[in-house]
Structure formats: structure tokens, C-alpha cells
Write a protein that binds this ligand. Structure first.
Ligand SMILES: Cc1cc2nc3c(=O)[nH]c(=O)nc-3n(C[C@H](O)[C@H](O)[C@H](O)COP(=O)(O)OP(=O)(O)OC[C@H]3O[C@@H](n4cnc5c(N)ncnc54)[C@H](O)[C@@H]3O)c2cc1C
Length: 414
């Protein structure tokens, strides 16, 4: 349906992702949901072998020289397999990879990025702490300067892929005296003595992705493992928020899609009052509303991808990405909710996977920055841009187009 957006190369990689997810055993999906598997290692190894991880990175690094549109098309297909598959795929191939591709030294790219894209190493991204996730700059994990290395101490929480990661992208305070934006560094931390990971959360959904508590106790990290500038973690964080949130939006569309497909089929077969229930407008209008939300979500994802590919500038892109993450995750949660609704009681059981999709997708509006944080960013960027718009006066100002526009005595602002 949205193929008209895709070039031949983008369509090809999307189709490869589609074929790949068809090969993933059903039993793995079920076992992960029951916490019988802690991390889908073989899934990521195979994705790497098929060169599906990180398709927007240069070929020289192991990618495919594609772009954000292609990434979204791939992420949607991986999401359709199950949200947690897209979580682990995205954390390694999109987030950690993005940070190293944009900020890493040649040696870091060689050692950490290329094997990650081949599916030979696993990585996890460590921002959130037990103390809190939204207030990123309140990070209390510390990397103490010990001459030729840092000594890292602290704890991170809810780290997807933590149990399996060979290395961790960790934000830690390197200058305790500086204001937070200027005293945090991003470090590549190898799994080593002193790094403890435990899979301890009874998650509502998205199980089997190795979400762990990660504790660092006197972990030695060589100085050359600083990613980007020392005390320059904020710059890495800023760029990572694009793949975090745009990737989340793209995979959310994919994860919601099967719920609507299943519900659509169901409502054409299920009969009540002597006819298929999709003949009742109460049912078919809900399905149509869900289809509209899914289409609108996908359209928004692709248009924001085009903005990212066009490098429209960090401020406006931050706003579009935040709006997209919020709109798409909430719309897709609605899609799944309505899909369950039109299936009646059976939708609430594990006879169909809609209940799992519902549990999994609840995460979408919480992780990679809550939707409240998305609104904060969208609001501050919007007001900043509106000042520039007003100053530039590029389009017609509609404010005087009111009969009493000149009633200045009524325009009282405080
Ligand atoms: C399954 C799972 C996987 C995850 N994977 C990872 C991962 O791989 N790596 C990682 O680093 N983190 C990960 N997270 C953490 C996730 O990103 C955080 O949970 C999220 O950012 C929110 O942080 P918090 O849980 O500390 O909530 P808090 O920051 O304590 O927020 C609690 C509530 O307060 C609201 N709030 C906070 N500040 C404001 C404000 N200024 N204005 C309005 N509302 C506000 C929030 O929106 C939220 O509703 C994962 C979480 C889960 C559940």
C-alpha cells in the first residue's frame, strides 16, 4: 500500500526483512513470551548474516548505504514479528550503532560496530537508572579518572539485551563539578569482571529481550573507550534520540499491523444476529478507524524519515521525531485496543496473539522517552520555531482577519 514511497532498493531490503521474519520459529515467539528464553541470540545472528542490521550505514562499515526510509520499512517488518524482536534489533543495529557511526573513532568502529552489524557481538544501551529515566542528566553513575583509565561505578535499569550484551554503551558522570550537560561522557564498556547483569523484571510484555539491571562495580574502562568527546555525552545523547524514537515509531506500526489484520479476518467470518459482524457499522467503523490510524501512523513515520534523510536541522527534526513517536505509539495502541474489541472475548485470550501484542505495545509510550517527555520537547521546539516564524512573516498572518481585530482594548494579555 505504501510501496509508492519506496525506491527499488528500499523495497528490496523491506522484502528481505519480510522473508526473514517468516523463517523465525513460532516456538521462539511463544517461549520468549513465557520467559523461557532470555534473549534471541540466533535471531540477531541470522539478521546480521543476512545483512539486515543497520541498513542505513555505509557499506564500508557493514551497512547497505541506504537511508531512514529503508530503515523504517525494515523496522516495520521486524515489529510485525513481535515488538521485543524489534526492540533487540533496534537497540543494537540502530541505537548503539548510530552512536558509534556518528561519534566513534576508526578503531571503535572496527572493534565494536562492524561485528555488531554482522550479528557477531551484542550490545546494550544504558541510560536509565533506578533513580529515573526521564531526567537523563541526573545520571549518578560515575566514571572516575584514574590516569590511563576510568573506574566506573553505578547502576542502570531496564536495559534491553543486558543479559547477552558483549559491551554496553554507558552514560556516566566524568566531571562531578560541571553542570550536568557538560559533565557526562558516553563510554563503551566491555563485559568484564565488575559488570553484573540480572534479568529480574516481571515484565507485562516484551519478554525474552534480556531486559536487565546492570551494575558496575569498580569497572576499568580504558580512556580510548570514550565515545566522542570527554564530557561530551550530551552531544551523543542528542543524536541518539533520533534513532531511539523514530525507530520506535516505525516498529510500533509493524507490531500493531498483525492485530488489525487478524481482527479484520475475524470480523468477516464471525457471525452474530445471522450475519457476519463486519456488516454492523459498529464493527466495521471501528476497523476503518483503526486502519485510518495505522495509515496515518505509517505516513507520519515515512514523512519524518524523509525529514531525517533530508537533514532538516536538529531542532525541527527533534520536534517531528517527538511528535511522531507520541502520535504513532498512541494511535497504534488504539489500533490494537480496537482490534481486540471487535473480536469480543476471544480477543482477550491466548487463542489469538492480539492479547500479547496489546501487552507488548503498552511499552511503546513508555520507553525511549515517555510520551510526556515527547510533548515537552515538541512544545519547546514549537514555541521556539514560532518565534522565528513570526519574525520571518513568510505566510499570511490571519490574526487581522476578524471583524473586530482592531479592538485593542479587548486584547488584554495579563
Ligand atoms: C521493558 C523496558 C525496556 C527498556 N529498555 C531500556 C534500555 O534498553 N535502555 C535504557 O536506558 N532504558 C530502557 N528502558 C527505560 C525507559 O526508557 C524508562 O522507563 C523511561 O524513560 C521512563 O523512565 P522511568 O521509568 O525512570 O520513569 P520516570 O522518569 O520516573 O517517570 C515517571 C512518570 O513521570 C513522568 N515525568 C517525568 N518527568 C516529567 C516531566 N518533566 N514532565 C511531565 N512528566 C514527567 C513520566 O512521563 C512518567 O509518566 C526500558 C524500560 C522498560 C520498561
Amino acid at each position: 500500500m505504501f510501496d509508492f514511497v519506496l525506491s527499488d532498493a528500499q523495497r528490496r531490503v523491506r522484502d528481505e526483512a519480510r522473508e526473514f521474519v517468516k523463517t523465525v520459529p513460532r516456538q521462539l515467539v511463544l517461549d520468549m513470551d513465557q520467559d523461557k528464553v532470555d534473549f534471541p541470540r540466533d535471531f540477531l545472528r541470522e539478521a546480521g548474516r543476512r545483512n539486515l542490521l543497520g541498513c542505513r550505514y555505509p557499506r564500508a562499515l557493514g551497512g547497505r548505504d541506504l537511508d531512514w526510509v529503508a530503515t523504517a520499512a525494515v523496522m516495520e517488518e521486524i515489529g510485525a514479528l513481535g515488538y521485543i524482536f524489534a526492540c533487540v534489533f533496534g537497540v543494537g543495529a540502530e541505537l548503539v550503532c548510530d552512536a558509534i557511526a556518528l561519534h566513534g573513532s576508526d578503531a571503535q568502529k572496527e572493534r565494536y560496530l562492524r561485528p555488531l552489524l554482522r550479528g557477531e557481538l551484542f550490545a546494550a544501551e544504558c541510560l536509565t537508572e533506578p533513580r529515573g529515566g526521564s531526567d537523563f542528566f541526573g545520571t549518578t553513575t560515575v566514571a572516575e579518572d584514574r590516569g590511563d583509565h576510568f573506574l566506573v561505578n553505578g547502576q542502570k535499569r531496564f536495559i534491553v539485551g543486558g543479559t547477552a550484551a558483549d559491551y554496553f554503551l554507558v552514560y556516566a558522570r566524568t566531571d562531578p563539578k560541571a553542570e550536568p550537560q557538560k559533565g557526562i561522557s558516553c563510554l563503551l564498556v566491555d563485559r568484564s569482571p565488575g559488570v553484573e547483569t540480572s534479568y529480574l523484571y516481571g515484565l507485562m510484555g516484551c519478554r525474552g529481550g534480556g531486559a536487565s539491571r546492570v551494575v558496575f562495580k569498580d569497572v576499568r574502562v580504558p580512556k580510548e573507550n570514550v565515545l566522542g568527546r570527554l564530557d561530551g555525552g550530551a552531544a551523543v545523547f542528542d543524536t541518539m534520540m533520533v534513532p531511539e524514537r523514530l525507530g520506535t515509531a516505525a516498529m510500533t506500526v509493524g507490531a500493531a499491523r498483525p492485530a488489525l489484520e487478524i481482527a479484520t479476518r475475524y470480523t468477516t467470518k464471525r457471525k452474530a444476529f445471522g450475519q457476519p459482524i463486519n456488516r454492523f457499522q459498529g464493527v466495521s467503523f471501528q476497523v476503518a478507524e483503526a486502519a485510518t490510524l495505522l495509515d496515518a501512523s505509517r505516513a507520519m513515520v515515512y514523512s519524518t524519515c524523509l525529514a531525517a534523510d533530508a537533514k532538516i536541522g536538529p531542532g525541527p527534526l527533534r520536534r517531528l521525531v517527538s511528535e511522531t513517536k507520541k502520535f504513532v505509539t498512541e494511535s497504534c495502541q488504539r489500533v490494537v485496543h480496537d482490534s481486540m474489541q471487535v473480536m469480543g472475548g476471544i480477543g482477550y485470550t491466548n487463542v489469538y496473539p492480539v492479547e500479547r501484542i496489546h501487552r507488548d505495545l503498552r511499552l511503546a509510550s513508555i520507553w525511549t522517552g515517555t510520551n510526556e517527555v515527547m510533548s515537552m520537547i515538541a512544545a519547546s521546539e514549537w514555541y521556539r520555531e514560532s518565534k522565528e516564524r513570526d519574525a520571518a512573516r513568510l505566510s499570511r498572518d490571519a490574526e487581522p482577519d476578524a471583524a473586530q481585530a482592531d479592538a485593542t482594548e479587548e486584547k488584554v494579555f495579563g
